[in-house]
Design a protein. Structure first.
Length: 345
């Protein structure tokens, strides 16, 4: 650099230094990108279902089917106490509606014991499943996999699912631990031998294992039904979203990577979210979601007349609920009146 004016020398040093930092940072970024991309699994819902789906309303709203599976394979072995006999079921199911313009979001839980009609669908290995009536909702995943669950939900609701997200026990536990835990408050003590959870009434900071027990608890609260457990799941979801907000996870690169690495290891999505670019874009679209105003609803159900141990969608409440989401309108009070109510938190 001999002979260069001092100002040009300084500028050149600065430029080369920045270039070196970009190369090193880019290398680290590429390794992180490759790591997270390698974690992702996806299902091509569009290819599996073809044209036999509700029309896309194209009004700017989004509907996402979120599934929690109870697989005990791989990293899930030994989690949540018990064996499912080698089959995985949809332990949790929510339709999350994000209105156009970023308004108040709604999460609708579908009780897993609900009797539904499973439409004819194809399994992941190409087998054809015929239509089946009066099957439990959580059995649909076992029989036909994610695409069949999406088709069943679309058949129930008349709403096209824009996206599908599935997380298993290990992914759920890892996500909570990456956040450093989630804080929940219970107004009554919980003692559930089935999930192994014991909590005194009050506020608790739960780690991943405790959180998994919390969202799976049913016998230690209310009437011991799945409806009581749904109340805990909805409570926990809002608490977890609040935790993400408070920590500024989406704007903190280090924290975001830690959480994303934990979540994507056990995450299955539709092909529209199968790349980190798509997933990041989707995450940014959720940044404006406010858990304080998010509405949680349980599909209104009634006891089945032939089997009191099962429930069916209550009418006309269920149709009113799905119609409100489809037209991007607030859920009316009449659509919340379920003939069957479980115990709360």
């Amino acid at each position: 650099m001999a002979g260069l004016p001092r100002g040009r020398k300084i500028r050149r040093i600065v430029c080369w230094t920045l270039a070196g930092l970009l190369v090193v940072g880019g290398g680290i970024g590429f390794l992180a990108y490759r790591q997270l991309s390698g974690n992702l699994s996806s299902v091509d819902i569009n290819a599996a279902l073809g044209m036999d789906r509700p029309a896309d309303t194209d009004n700017g709203s989004q509907d996402i089917l979120v599934i929690g599976s109870d697989s005990r394979s791989g990293d899930n072995k030994g989690l949540a106490g018990g064996d499912t006999g080698g089959t995985a079921r949809s332990d949790t199911a929510m339709v999350v509606h994000l209105p156009a313009g970023g308004g108040r979001a709604t999460a609708v839980s579908i009780p897993r014991d609900t009797l539904v009609t499973r439409p004819g669908c194809a399994t992941a290995d190409g087998r054809k499943l015929p239509e089946a009536r009066r099957v439990m909702f959580n059995s649909v995943y076992t029989a036909g996999g994610p695409a069949c669950v999406v088709k069943t939900v679309e058949n129930m609701t008349g709403i096209r699912m824009d996206h599908f997200v599935e997380i298993d026990f290990a992914g759920f536990k890892g996500l909570v631990d990456a956040l450093g835990g989630v804080t929940v408050t219970t107004d009554k003590p919980i003692d559930d031998k089935g999930s192994g959870l014991r909590l005194a009434a009050g506020t608790h900071r739960l780690d991943g294992t405790q959180s998994l027990a919390f969202v799976r608890t049913r016998h230690g609260i209310g009437d011991g039904s799945d409806l009581g457990r749904i109340g805990l799941q909805q409570q926990f979801m809002l608490a977890a979203l609040s935790e993400i907000k408070q920590q500024g996870t989406l704007s903190n690169p280090n924290k975001l990577y830690e959480v994303a690495d934990a979540a994507t290891k056990s995450l299955t999505t539709d092909s529209g979210l199968a790349s980190l670019t798509d997933l990041a874009s989707f995450a940014r679209s959720l940044d404006g979601l406010d858990p304080r105003s998010m509405e949680t609803v349980t599909l209104p159900v009634a006891y089945d007349k032939s089997d009191p141990n099962r429930v069916v969608a209550a009418q006309p409440q269920a149709d009113e609920l799905w119609s409100a989401l489809k037209t991007d309108e607030p859920v009316p009070a009449s659509a919340r009146k379920s003939p069957v109510r479980g115990g709360g938190s």
